[in-house]
Design a binder for this molecule. Structure first.
Ligand code: 6PG
Length: 235
């Protein structure tokens, strides 16, 4: 497998072909999970939704790991019915959670208001994840994707949550989707022990290159540049 590794500031960029992207991403994630499992008794991971991670997460279930040590949270969730095909938790549960003996934490709850789900999720994170002295959770690993508008998590362009610096998890109404999301905020995304970003396809690679050249400030993902990200790029 042909790969190109470069370093820009504190970030590591690993470029592979689109055809090799999923296999390579599984290898990177496997190494990260094995390293964490060798070092820690409890590992807290936050996974992004969307389509890019799913074929990669599906392969992780085949790895022999002490899965019981792993707690899986969501980076963000769409505010939809619990059994909706749009639910990030439902989709990741189908390919990964239900096949391994880890603990996973859904955001969406039956017959609960958005406020109740938000409060419950904050409680779950506070109960399981270490916080720093500024009140920001420290996830051991965060896996991010990026949209073709440069959003990450549910931090979309021109939305309120982009400017949230106090709360670690908020509701974010996204006008262009006319939908609410529940999302981790930038302080939390910037505070993880390790962050892997999965970016595949020409359109997103163009945005990635704009961000890395300093010309992509309008993209929310640009806020995370140079924060020790491990960018996996499938072009
Ligand atoms: C979501 C994700 C979101 C995702 C990007 C990319 O809920 O949609 O958390 O941030 O990472 O939208 O999605 P794709 O991988 O489907 O392109």
């Amino acid at each position: 497998m042909k790969k190109e590794i470069t370093y820009i500031g504190n970030d590591t960029i690993q470029k592979v072909s689109k055809a090799d992207f999923n296999t390579f991403s599984v290898e990177i994630l496997k190494t990260s999970l094995e390293n964490l499992s060798a070092k820690k008794k409890v590992i807290n991971i936050a996974l992004s939704g969307g389509s890019t991670p799913l074929p990669i997460l599906e392969k992780l279930k085949e790895i022999q790991l002490d899965w019981v040590k792993f707690n899986f949270f969501l980076v963000d969730e769409r505010v939809v019915d619990v059994d909706s095909n749009e639910s990030n938790y439902k989709n990741i549960n189908e390919v990964l959670y239900q096949h391994i003996s880890s603990t996973s934490f859904p955001v969406l709850l039956e017959s609960s208001s958005l406020e109740q789900m938000l409060l419950n999720y904050k409680k779950q994170i506070k109960k399981n994840v270490l916080f720093n002295k500024e009140g920001v959770p420290i996830f051991d690993l965060i896996i991010l994707g990026m949209g073709t508008d440069g959003h990450t998590a549910s931090l979309f362009p021109e939305t309120k949550a982009l400017f949230e610096n106090d709360d670690f998890l908020v509701e974010n109404f996204v006008p262009k989707l006319n939908k609410s999301r529940i999302t981790l905020t930038f302080p939390t995304l910037l505070n993880a022990y390790e962050t892997i970003v999965l970016i595949k396809g020409e359109e997103k690679v163009t945005i990635f290159e704009e961000i890395m050249s300093g010309k992509g400030k309008k993209y929310p993902m640009s806020k995370l540049k140079n924060s020790k990200l491990n960018w996996i790029i499938g072009f």
